[in-house]
Design a protein around this ligand. Sequence first.
Ligand SMILES: [Ca+2]
Ligand SMILES: [Ca+2]
Length: 175
Amino acid sequence: MKRLLTILGLATLASVAGAVIVETEPNNTFGTANVITRGPSPWADVGVMSLTAGGGDVDFFSINLFEGEFITIITTPIEDPYSDPDTILGLFDNSQNLLEFNDDAGSGFGSAIRWQAEYTGVHYIAVSGFGDDDFVGDHSEDGAYILTVSTVPEPATLLAIGAGLAALAARRRKK
Ligand SMILES: [Ca+2]
Ligand SMILES: [Ca+2]
């Protein structure tokens, strides 16, 4: 019940914020990856996913990145906060080659990846359970986790945006 309320609460928040990342099983392969719809950078979104009971679940998502952008991907286990399910996380390019892998980030068994896109186009995010190093679904982890994804433009663009906003604020102050 508590989890249902949490999900309903998040759904309400999502309708306010206008978006949330959703998973639709089966999303166990590159071909069935759930598409993450994103906005222009800086952008962030979040969703509650789960590794299906009985183990063996892999969750694939696809996202478009622009060359030079930084993407940050975080899984937060919520069954036993930060430790269950014990996730692994992978970022793949459009040829399904592994770009970056993470098991445990900081304290707990959640995972995190930071990456600067080397090309503009589709990238894949894969989440699975510990013991499944090649994302084929041979692990015994199950439970809910939060997936957080954010993108920021390359630093030069971000600085330009910051300078633009500062100039705008200065103009407003003058008026
Ligand atoms: Ca799942
Ligand atoms: Ca899945």
